[in-house]
Design a protein around this ligand. Sequence first.
Ligand SMILES: [Zn+2]
Length: 135
Amino acid sequence: MRDAETLQVGATRELWRQVTRPGPTPSRRHPNARLLSALTGRPPGHLAGALLELRDPSPVWEAFRHNPQIGCRRCDARHPGGPVFRIFPHHRYVCTRHRYWIGSSDINRPGPFLDDFLEIVKAQRRHLRLLRRHG
Ligand SMILES: [Zn+2]
């Protein structure tokens, strides 16, 4: 099982490397619309409808939120391209997997670890479960 996971992670990273280009730093990579189009068979314009990063001109990210939002440091650490710019829904304040406070967008530093406040993690889980059930 572990070997299959390792192979899958390796294949995912290789695929990511093939459809992205480095920038602005060597550790970060950006998706390339032409390469993704060749891989998926979809026109770049259609892909840009789903992936805002592919739009030309680039979207004004600040228009989506007035403050950049910091994500879960452990989720970002696993991402091969480095920290991820995310636009969380207004109801997502906790990474329930790693128990880190990630919201709201008005904090400008990584959030605290919530191991001493498990009722907050439970409340986020309960809230997400309610959203799945009732929208
Ligand atoms: Zn996380």
